[in-house]
Design a protein around this ligand. Structure first.
Ligand SMILES: [Zn+2]
Length: 125
């Protein structure tokens, strides 16, 4: 077998793809670094969006109606979100981590603090 990282020949279990722990670590470190670099610009936008929502909401508010223009003024980037859901009335909640916003009317946006502990779908029981 040939190591996926250093190309050296090695023997071992059929499903083994690395010759050593070092090569395995190097492989995963590289994956992680490449992903970090690629994701960085988007992560910045998402973090900034969350900061804007936090600034508007303060530490205690659960719900707040604001003018869309306030978000525009703060350079909130509407098209970037972490996930979304549509409620029973067909309204789309645009989530940004633990906050969400939805179009309440043409010029009004409802912001909510979801306070959900973020658990990836794959880790749910
Ligand atoms: Zn190797």
């Amino acid at each position: 077998m040939k190591c996926k990282v250093c190309n050296s020949e090695f023997v071992g279990r059929k499903d083994k793809i690395f010759c050593s722990v070092q090569c395995k670590n190097e492989y995963h470190l590289t994956l992680s670094e490449v992903t970090k670099d690629m994701a960085y610009p988007l992560d910045r936008i998402l973090h900034r969006n969350r900061s804007i929502l936090l600034e508007i909401m303060g530490p205690k508010a659960r719900k707040k109606h604001v003018r869309r223009s306030l978000l525009v003024k703060k350079k909130f980037q509407f098209k970037y979100l972490t996930h979304f859901n549509v409620n029973s009335k067909g309204k789309m909640y645009h989530h940004i981590y633990d906050f969400a916003w939805m179009e309440f009317s043409d010029d009004e946006v409802l912001i909510v603090k979801t306070n959900k502990q973020w658990i990836p779908e794959t880790e749910k029981a």
